[in-house]
Design a protein around this ligand. Structure first.
Ligand code: HAM
Length: 418
């Protein structure tokens, strides 16, 4: 218990952090050129924020939230996703008052009590982006272009962009009714969950993985035929915009998404070699009613979130070994060691990564440590060297060695190593 992390929760170890930082850096760079600013919202929020936005019939709210009553009696939940908190902050801080369009991004841990398996964790990380204030199809195109560019920039292979339109609050009820009657007539073929969903959330039956549900819904009514003129035109303009920018996508008419706040455009970046529920590496869509639902002025919104763990699994191997220090100082004897520590300290102050041996054991063991640390060079100061007033600089790759006078050695090393 004491030496084992909670199920579905993972440490990100030092050897893996370089990849995380590379992903985060690439995201920050790209978000900047698309005009997005970072926002950092809390990990805990009032439970009602999530029930109201994600929806009481969603899997997340029904069975996956880490919700608790705190010591003061408040109902609190560890955020299962980022959009609700961002919208709450948008309304609370009246961000709409300063700019007609707000483009924000966030990174951080999310929590869902799902059944853990490869690519599905209970604490996972999202990098997400939200645009609040723009209803035009161009905004959808911009958000999709950003997502698409990001995957290209990272060189991720084997992913495909799928899009759909879920209609709006005016036309979706008609589709819901049609689907309800369709499902009702096939009730016996559906799994228990979907039988229940006929009343509460019939669209979810379309992406249920149960074999019977797949057969039963094979010729279900087509959502696209129920879109009203506004939603149809919007979707056509989004597709046109994507085509104009050379963004490759397909339409997945059965993509319904697991959160209730969506309207019109929805999309997923899916791993093409994986079937099933864990294949979405990123997902998002429009949520034109959410800001109002959460007490703000009527404001359209659209965004996405990428699952960082899933993304990292798909990154190409970069082949570059984890970098080690530029210099390791191996010094023998008290005086040489103190000198070595001063040299390493001087290098660090000049921005050069330097290490020195803390224990000051034999030179042989210090050289071994230097090797293991991945240092590119070692400065050796043995007793003989100290007496001669020199240090030996050894290149760990070429094994070449050069003598450097100890007088002014820090400056010389900074020059050579930075
Ligand atoms: P979501 O589809 O629930 O959407 O999650 C987005 C992404 O988070 C998924 O595609 C997946 O990569 C990752 N993810 C979700 N659950 C897990 C898990 N248990 N373990 C590992 N990764 C996971 C949202 O969260 C929306 N807030 C996206 C959005 C933003 N829509 C509009 N704006």
């Amino acid at each position: 218990m004491l030496t084992k992390a909670i199920k579905g929760v993972k440490d990100i170890l030092p050897q893996d952090v370089a990849r995380w930082q590379a992903v985060e850096r690439a995201a920050r760079e790209l978000f900047k050129v698309y005009g997005f600013s970072e926002v950092r919202v809390p990990i805990i929020e009032h439970t009602v924020l999530f029930t109201r936005s994600i929806g009481t019939t969603s899997d997340i709210v029904e069975k996956e939230m880490y919700a608790f009553t705190d010591r003061g009696g408040d109902e609190i939940t560890l955020r299962p996703e980022g959009t609700a908190g961002v919208v709450r902050a948008f309304v609370e801080h009246k961000m709409y008052a300063t700019n007609p369009i707000t483009k924000i991004f966030y990174m951080g841990p999310m929590f869902r009590r799902e059944r853990p398996q490869a690519g599905r964790l209970r604490q996972f990380h999202q990098i997400g982006a939200e645009v609040l204030g723009g209803a035009e199809p161009s905004v959808d195109v911009d958000v999709l272009a950003l997502l698409y560019d990001f995957f290209q920039r990272l060189g991720v292979q084997g992913v495909a962009l799928q899009i759909n339109s879920l209609g709006c609050k005016d036309c979706r009820p008609r589709y819901r009714e049609a689907l309800k009657s369709f499902l009702d007539a096939r009730r016996d073929m559906l799994c228990e969950d979907c039988q229940r969903r006929i009343e509460t959330n019939p669209l979810r039956a379309l992406d249920c993985k149960a074999a019977g549900c797949k057969v039963a819904t094979a010729d279900a009514p087509d959502m696209s035929e129920y879109l009203d003129d506004g939603c149809r035109d919007h979707f056509a303009a989004v597709r046109q915009g994507l085509d104009d920018l050379g963004i490759v996508y397909s339409i997945n008419k059965r993509m319904v998404r697991g959160l209730d706040y969506y309207s019109r455009t929805t999309f997923e970046m899916v791993a093409t070699d994986k079937a099933g529920a864990q294949n979405a590496v990123a997902a998002g869509g429009r949520y034109d009613g959410l800001v109002e639902e959460l007490g703000g002025p009527s404001t359209p919104g659209i965004g996405f979130a990428m699952g960082v763990e899933r993304l990292i699994l798909m990154l190409p191997e970069d082949g570059t070994p984890a970098p080690g220090p530029a210099l390791f100082v191996a010094a023998l004897g008290d005086e040489a060691q103190r000198l070595g520590r001063r040299v390493a300290h001087g290098l660090r102050k000049s921005g050069v990564w330097a290490e020195y041996d803390y224990a000051g054991a034999s030179l042989k063991s210090q050289m071994k440590k230097a090797d293991r640390s991945g240092a590119s060079r070692v400065l050796i100061i043995g007793e003989d060297e100290l007496a001669k007033g020199v240090g030996i600089l050894r290149d760990m790759k070429t094994k070449e060695q050069a003598e450097l006078p100890l007088e002014g050695i820090t400056g010389e090393l900074v020059k050579r190593l930075s």
